[in-house]
Write a protein that binds this ligand. Structure first.
Ligand SMILES: [Zn+2]
Length: 119
């Protein structure tokens, strides 16, 4: 698959994440408004907003990865494993166009530092 095709996938993902972020910001503002009006639910509302912030953080991290991948396309470094510089499997890039490791090194990485259970 050509760089341009990955670029299309990455730009689509970037748009999707930005749209989600806009929605999340709207939600956060709405919850803050609710909290001011309803004092009895204060502690519960705090927990809720903490949770949505965490989700927003994950989206932001992913957005940064997508943008970094777009940058690598511009630099001509796209699709190379960060560990050994060899090409990342095309099948893998089709599923995760912002991947920075080949499957082998991704698996090694996950063994040493498992991803959060919520993902
Ligand atoms: Zn590798």
């Amino acid at each position: 698959m050509a760089y341009e095709e990955y670029k299309v996938l990455l730009l689509a993902k970037q748009r999707e994440l930005l749209a989600q972020q806009n929605l999340a910001e709207h939600d956060a503002r709405g919850e803050a408004g609710e909290r001011v009006r309803d004092w009895s639910d204060e502690s519960v509302a705090d927990e809720d907003s903490g949770l949505s912030l965490k989700e927003a953080d994950q989206d932001t991290a992913l957005l940064q990865q997508v943008r970094a991948a777009l940058q690598r396309i511009e630099n001509g470094n796209y699709g190379k494993c960060r560990v050994d510089g060899r090409p990342v499997e095309e099948k893998r890039l089709k599923q995760i166009p912002w991947a920075v490791y080949c499957l082998k090194h991704q698996l090694e990485l996950e063994e040493t530092s498992p991803p959060p259970a919520t993902l």
